[in-house]
Design a protein around this ligand. Structure first.
Ligand code: NAP
Length: 265
């Protein structure tokens, strides 16, 4: 019996990858904040709920073979004008939520077990008016790299997966802040409009979930994976140019300097 625990297993990629594991005969234990199909109800920001959930997993199954941290959401808006508590909550879910699950899961993991953190390409590529999300995912990626080193003697593998843009409920659950001032004027609104305009070009959830499933089943995990050809190319390019050049390009494309009407023409 193989056991996979999935945070954010109630929707999107977490749910999709869980279904693929189920087909392979694994015991899948998905959870999320708003379960719809009999998953467990656990808010990763609620420490007692997380601890209780993992205690139940211990009692029922006695072990965890794979933990996938997929719970997360996005926030957009100008960093200067963001709500402090809203930003802290983002880190509570995207970073501390994953950390809490890892801390609770590790005592149930033995040699051969795997921890998979679903981060984002935003962890690699800084984007204006989305920077808190980028920062929360960069923190998660760094945690993954640290754990990979710390757990290597225990033979517990750790990998971070950075999907590009995927068509999931992520698009609707993202908190969009349009607050602006004379410094940014229309740029916040324009940057958001560009994201909305590109929604139709996103990868399908099924495609991304299959890729994640394939990665998790690899014998030897690399430290980091990217899902999406476009972002693999960006990752190659970012290594060739100094960060100043990359920031200029990112600001030009995503910084909302052009109105959406100009971009369409
Ligand atoms: N979609 C993209 O373009 C994209 C790109 C890169 C990275 N990602 C990352 O991929 C992961 C999965 O996202 P997705 O695209 O599959 O979006 P999704 O369909 O919105 O799934 C997000 C999942 O996170 C869960 N979640 C959110 N807050 C939670 C909390 N406080 N406690 C427990 N669970 C919580 C949700 O649970 P409920 O539905 O039950 O509330 C849901 O299951 C996220 O970490 C996201 O940041 C997404």
């Amino acid at each position: 019996m193989k056991v996979v625990v999935i945070s954010g297993g109630t929707s999107g990629m977490g749910k999709g990858v869980g279904e693929l594991f189920k087909k392979k005969g694994w015991v899948v234990v998905p959870f999320g904040k708003n379960p719809k199909d009999g998953e467990e109800m656990v808010d990763v920001t609620n420490e007692a709920q997380v601890e209780n959930f993992f205690n139940n997993v211990k009692e029922k199954y006695g072990k965890i073979d794979v933990l996938i941290n997929s719970a997360g959401y996005g926030i957009s808006g100008a960093a200067e004008l963001s709500d402090f508590n809203e930003t802290k909550n983002l880190f509570d879910v995207n970073y501390f939520g994953a950390l809490k699950c890892i801390q609770c899961a590790l005592p149930l993991m033995k040699s051969g077990a795997k921890i998979i953190n679903i981060s984002s390409c935003c962890a690699i590529f800084p984007m204006p008016f989305r920077i808190h999300y980028c920062a929360s995912k960069a923190a998660l990626s760094m945690l993954s790299y640290g754990l990979k080193m710390e757990l290597s003697d225990a033979k517990i593998q750790v990998a971070v997966i950075n999907p590009g843009d995927v068509k999931t409920n992520f698009i609707n659950s993202r908190i969009k802040n349009f607050n602006t001032n004379e410094r940014y004027q229309d740029r916040v609104k324009n940057a958001q409009a560009l994201v909305e305009k590109n929604n139709s070009k996103r990868m399908s959830q099924e495609y991304a979930s299959k890729k994640i499933f394939k990665i998790v089943n690899k014998k030897k995990l690399k430290a980091m994976y990217i899902i999406g050809r476009k972002y693999k190319v960006f990752n190659f390019l970012i290594k060739l140019f100094p960060i100043n050049v990359f920031l200029k390009v990112s600001n030009k494309i995503f910084g909302g300097k052009k109105s959406i009407k100009q971009q369409q023409s």
